[in-house]
Design a protein around this ligand. Sequence first.
Ligand code: F6R
Length: 366
Amino acid sequence: ELGQYRHYMQKEIFEQPQALGNTLEMIAGGNTISPQVFGAHAGDVLGATRRVLIIACGTSFHAGLVARYWLESIAGIPCAVEIASEYRYRVSVADPETLVVVISQSGETADTLAALKHAKQLGMDKTLAICNVPESAIVRETALRFITRAGPEIGVASTKAFTTQLAALALLTLALAKINDRLTADDENTYLTALRHLPVAVTKVLELEPEIEQWAQRFASKQHALFLGRGRHWPIAMEGALKLKEISYIHAESYAAGELKHGPLALVDRDMPVIAVAPADELLEKLKSNLQEVRARGGELYVFADAGSEIPESDGVHILHMPEHYGMLSPVLHVIPLQLLSYHAALVKGTDVDKPRNLAKSVTVE
Ligand code: F6R
């Protein structure tokens, strides 16, 4: 069943082009974005949506955080993202105009399901599930649904579920932008072309595995690591830190790079590798000055740049160039080397990659 792969996690990382292609099949033939992909009545519900509240746990929560950047900047819709176990127990202000989006690979996560029921009890009945399991408990509870087609995910660490969730959230963003007249035909075309091209773009990133493996050898001996990103790549830094912790047991933390000076810079020395997500976007210059601050304290930098980011390699500054800059969808590509990095760090450490200690694939108890 594993074929050429050593672990399910590795197999699932390499299945991402296919998983994305399947999930985005409805736009493959040149079709435009239709709200129908979220359900028969989705046009009405999305048309009346003034705000979005995304609820999820773990990796699925990180997908929601990326979507917040997309929804506000492209669709012009205010968006909040909450951890399910927090939302369900806090006193919050309900708003019936809000579209509640729950994201879950398994569709069985106890906290996410309970948070969804909580939102409904508060009178929020515009609900959408983005889920990888069509018959799951969460999908049965929502008015609208989008089933990602990642296929079964067996490795405990979520990989292909995450990137397909991002694809679904990109479609949601574009559907809302279109309904709100914020998407020109040209822009729609550009985004759709980029989405269709994603499987190819991901395949090219996967070819970087040998270089990433070498990086992993270098810092598998470290006790700690710091992940930095800005804007829509901050959640990707969070996801990179989560992956590294859960399968290699290396303590990792993530920060929005602009927060460095407000505390975590005190941790940086030559024993603290710093991993930076550094695409050539509007925040690159800001990020570069954050990276200089790290270098000045002796921190070794591992930078995931892309085709357009001009960051010179130097002593203690390792750069890996992603093949192309991918604009809005760049988070989908940038998470892939981080998945590979934690996978290979775990291999070096000899941990049980597919079944990390203390963790379960589906968290059905709170
Ligand atoms: C991390 C991971 C978990 C899950 C979380 C939510 O790699 O797999 O953090 O993302 O338990 O699970 P789902 O998406 O099934 O609700």
